[in-house]
Design a protein around this ligand. Structure first.
Ligand code: SER
Length: 282
């Protein structure tokens, strides 16, 4: 299988923002981790969270196409830190957003072009998933991008419908990368969606078409939007061929410093490793 060319985290961030600038997006700086005028969140947990007023139409965006690399904290993942290769609490999320402009066709085509042509990931290692009722997204992957039907996975609401508190939400289509058997659980049913670290989700395209009032009432948004999210460090795991989020170039530098200060050695004792990893993300 083809291996992608090595790229650092900082280079991948720049490549993503430049790619979407070339597609007419305005690159905006990361917003603060502390939300403004949003009582539904304690901390910013995704690229789209600070952009909610643009999605709902409460505020006019500076441009209908925006791209960001947003600092995020997901406290919901804290129990997984140190247990999986792919969960962190603090991470950076790359995103391209459409506020009532382009929709599924462009979002999916650009996902594929960026991953396979710009970053150079092996298409044979990539597997898209769609929400099981989203035939439109399935057909785009299948007929426009040319992914055979048996390589496209259909999942239910728990996996392929994105919402966090109140606000804009909708079905999503993710892209998984197969890191190979060496990273798998070895169980007979291990495939895309397995809880182990073999098939790692790198990209999530949310087709934002509803607004959730926080009480489970959904209304159709006047303008359909695109909210994508790709974990920068997860992409780096794949591109750098390292074990986990904690050993991509930028995180490893911090981890090494923590080990130096605390006179410990990484990957000698599991408990110490987890403390070192936690230290770096707090
Ligand atoms: N909101 C989606 C996520 O956080 C896509 O940006 O995964």
């Amino acid at each position: 299988m083809k291996e992608p060319q090595y790229r650092g985290v900082n280079e991948l961030r720049r490549m993503f923002l430049e790619y979407f600038e070339s597609k007419g997006h305005l690159a905006m700086k990361s917003f603060s981790l502390v939300p403004h005028n949003d009582n539904s969140l304690l901390l910013i947990n995704s690229g789209m969270a600070p952009l909610k007023p643009y999605f709902t139409g409460q505020e006019i965006p500076p441009r209908k196409r925006v791209t960001t690399c947003q600092k995020c904290i997901r406290t919901g993942d804290i129990e997984n830190i140190g247990k999986t290769a792919r969960h962190g609490t603090f991470f950076e999320m790359l995103g391209n957003f459409s506020f009532g402009d382009y929709f599924k066709h462009e979002a999916i085509a650009w996902t594929w072009e960026f991953l396979t042509e710009v970053v150079g990931l092996d298409p044979d290692r990539l597997y898209p998933s769609v929400y099981l009722e989203d035939d439109e997204a399935f057909d785009i992957w299948n007929k426009e991008i040319g992914i055979p039907a048996e390589r496209i996975f259909k999942f239910g609401k728990e996996d392929n419908f994105w919402e966090h508190g109140s606000g804009p939400c909708g079905p999503c289509s993710e892209v998984y990368y197969d890191r190979g058997e060496a990273f798998g659980c070895g169980q007979p049913g291990c495939t895309v969606g397995c809880d182990c670290d073999r098939y790692i989700e790198v990209w999530n395209n949310v087709f934002t078409q509803f607004d959730n009032d926080g009480k489970g009432h959904y209304t159709e948004l006047e303008h359909k939007n695109i909210d994508t999210g790709m974990g920068l460090e997860r992409l780096a795991v794949v591109v750098q061929g390292v074990d986990s989020l904690f050993t991509v170039d930028t995180n490893k530098a911090l981890l090494d410093r923590v080990c130096q200060l605390s006179h410990t050695e990484y990957q000698k004792e599991h408990e110490t490793d987890v403390s070192s990893e936690l230290w770096r993300i707090m």
